[in-house]
Design a protein around this ligand. Structure first.
Ligand SMILES: [Zn+2]
Ligand SMILES: [Zn+2]
Length: 256
């Protein structure tokens, strides 16, 4: 039983914050990240572009989401990816601490996603090689944790068609090119049309799964190129309403 396992873990592990190693006080002890570290996470707040959730440009229309597929209608992130939040994402991705997904999901759970009541969560997939190296997909862990908070199901509708190089330090244009065609859907009827051969996955789903509102879940958004490309694959499979949520949003220095 899950609660019993957690209780034993609490007895065995020193109650310290996963990020700063500070001791957790008694009232914090069910948590993994201390109040101090969580208070360093700076919430993304309006005014923002109604579609992509990016602070509005001083002049003209938002450029960030101008070329996104029509189905991707609403994207928000919980916090700015500055030093405190970066440590949390790093712990989730590189320190092998998938349990911290619960803390990140708690920060995301307040995002007011339109259509949440009937939506399904779709984690952004990793390529098989990256997934093997890490042992898990951090976006799946986040989606699972959010699913528990929102009481909505997770459906793994997407797969990678190829491994993409790291997006770090690429310009917005290079990021788009880097992920172009990187996703395909797992559904039986149209999966092969989206590039890539059918791998006979047991997770193939019927076309009707794409007709409900879908919510993509990822750890970080920078320019939104990955989310846009994932939404494009869902759109080609019949999805009309795709939202997306991420824990962190990177500040794009050259984008104003
Ligand atoms: Zn801490
Ligand atoms: Zn926008």
């Amino acid at each position: 039983m899950r609660w019993r396992g957690e209780a034993v873990e609490q007895l065995l592990l020193p109650a310290e914050c996963l990020l700063c190693r500070g001791l957790l006080s008694f009232h914090q002890s069910p948590r993994l990240v201390c109040d101090g570290c969580r208070h360093r996470w700076r919430a993304v707040r309006p005014p923002w572009c109604a579609r992509c959730g990016q602070p509005e440009p001083l002049f003209g229309a938002c450029r960030l989401c101008a070329d996104w597929p029509a189905a991707l209608t609403w994207v928000r992130s919980a916090v700015w990816l500055d030093s405190g939040a970066r440590a949390a994402v790093h712990a989730l991705k590189y320190r092998g601490l998938p349990r911290i997904a619960d803390e990140l999901a708690a920060a995301m759970a307040g995002l007011d996603v339109p259509g949440l009541g009937t939506a399904r969560l779709v984690p952004v997939p990793l390529g098989p090689k990256r997934r093997r190296q890490r042992g898990y997909n951090q976006s799946e862990r986040l989606a699972g944790a959010l699913a528990r908070q929102w009481r909505r199901p997770v459906v793994e509708l997407l797969a990678r068609t190829r491994e993409t190089g790291t997006q770090t330090a690429l310009t917005p244009e290079a990021r788009l090119a880097n992920v172009a065609g990187a996703f395909r859907t797992r559904n039986a009827e149209v999966g092969t049309r989206n590039g890539g051969t059918d791998d006979g996955s047991a997770l193939r789903v019927p076309r009707s799964a794409f007709e409900r509102p879908l919510i993509l879940v990822d750890d970080v958004m920078t320019t939104g190129a990955t989310l846009a490309e994932a939404a494009r694959a869902l759109e080609q499979a019949g999805a009309r309403r795709v939202a997306a949520v991420t824990f962190g949003r990177a500040v794009i220095p050259d984008f104003t």
